[in-house]
Write a protein that binds this ligand. Sequence first.
Ligand code: AMP
Ligand code: ZN
Length: 144
Amino acid sequence: MAENCVFCAIVEGRIPSHMVYEDEKTLAFLDIHPSALGHTLVIPKAHVARVEDLPEEDARSLFAALRKIVGRIQEAVGAPASTIGINNGRESGQEVPHVHIHVIPRNRGDSGGIIQGVSRSPQRLNDVEMARIANEIRERIKAV
Ligand code: AMP
Ligand code: ZN
């Protein structure tokens, strides 16, 4: 647990939240500044800043919890869909350095965008460039 982390404080009950789900490793509660009705954050109870540092077991539990509750969230607010996303690192817009999955219920005509719209630097690469990037990534994955 991190002393000055707002989500750790919620896990420990030091500050209140509108909790919607809890299990041994995971908690879900309403976002205090909802982008849509039912906007929910799903978090590991352990204090980990970024997805890549999440222990595998916590990651499993986190995604299992997400899978369990996402449909229920949508039903509760009468939304047919949701956008699910993680701001991973400060440059992506992450303000709370404790991993959290945003579940944002979506409705037709809500004027929201798509995940691919978060970066406005579209890349037009040819096949050789695509292959080079894929190789750079593969080589690094092989090394871990
Ligand atoms: P971000 O780190 O940018 O992915 O987003 C952090 C999210 O946490 C924002 O959407 C905030 O509205 C939300 N948030 C911050 N403090 C609280 C809190 N005490 N209870 C619920 N949600 C919070
Ligand atoms: Zn924390």
